[in-house]
Write a protein that binds this ligand. Sequence first.
Ligand code: NAP
Length: 280
Amino acid sequence: MNSLPEAAFPDGRRVAALGQGTWHMGESRASAVDEVRALQIGIDHGMTLIDTAEMYADGGAETVVGEAIKGRRDTVLLVSKVLPSNASRSGTIAACEASLKRLGTERIDLYLLHWRGRYRLAETVAAFEELKAAGKIGAWGVSNFDVDDMEELLAVPDGGNVATNQVLYNLARRGMEFDLLPWSDRRGIPTMAYSPLDEGRLLRHPTLAQIAVAHGASTAQVALAFVLSRDNVIAIPKSGSPARVEENRKAADLKLTAADMAALDAAFPPPPRKRPLEMI
Ligand code: NAP
C-alpha cells in the first residue's frame, strides 16, 4: 500500500489527508461492533484523523469513537463539533465537556463550529480560546463557512487562529474550487472535504465506473483519488464496514492520469463562476 499524502495545519501539525467520518455511526447497538472495528482498521492503516460531532446519533457516534480509540488515542487526530444552538460562550464549554466524556479522552485535537447559527462568532471564538488555554482542545476551526463567513471570522478577536474549514467537497460539488479553496490555500488553512463520495451517490456514476475498470479499482477509490489529488485537502469518507475501509484506504494507490482528469472534468465541469457554498 502506498503511503498517504499529508496535509498541514497552521500550527505545523501534519496529518494523513485521508481520514474517517462517523455520521450515522452509533445509531444502533447491532452495527456498533462493526463500526468500532472499521475505525480501528482505518487507524491501523494510517487513516488517523477521526471526524465526529455531538450531533451524530445524539452523542452515539462519539461513544463509538471513544471505544475505537481506546489504546490508540495518541495516534489519532480527534475532531468533533459543537452544534450552533450550543455555541454560546458557556454553551460551547459545556458541549465540549460532554463530548470529552463520551469520547473518553482529556482532549479534542480539533473542535469545530458545525455551521453558523445565531450566536456571534466572537462569542464562540472566545469559548474556543478558553478551551484551548485549559488544554481541553488543541485547536479550533469551523465548518460550512463560505468566503464571506471566513472574512468575517478573521475580523473578530483571535479569529485568525482558525485551523480548518470543513466543507462539502467531491466531484459533484466542485463550487468551492472557484473561490473558497484558493482563498484557504493562500492562508495556509487546510480544507476538510466532507461527503467525498457524495454520500454514496457518486458510486454509480458511469464515468467513475469506466475509470475504475481501466485501473482495476472501485468507483469509491476513483472518487477519493480525485479529492486526494488536491493539495492540503483532507477527505473524510465514512464507512462502518471494515472491508470498505480497507478499500477506501487503497485509494492512495490509484494515480489518476491526465486523461482520467480530463474525463472527470467533462463529466463534472469545474465551476466557471462563484456559486454559494453547498451543504448537506
Ligand atoms: P460519504 O463519506 O461521502 O459516504 C458515506 C456512504 O458511502 C455510506 O453510506 C457508506 O456506507 C458508503 N461507503 C463508504 N465507503 C464505501 C465504499 N468503498 N463502497 C461503497 N460504499 C461506501 O458521506 P458522509 O458520511 O456524509 O461524509 C463523510 C463524513 O463527513 C461524515 O461521516 C461526517 O463525519 C462528515 N460530515 C460533515 C458534515 C458537516 O456539516 N460538517 C456534513 C456531512 C458529513 P457504509 O458505512 O455501509 O460503508
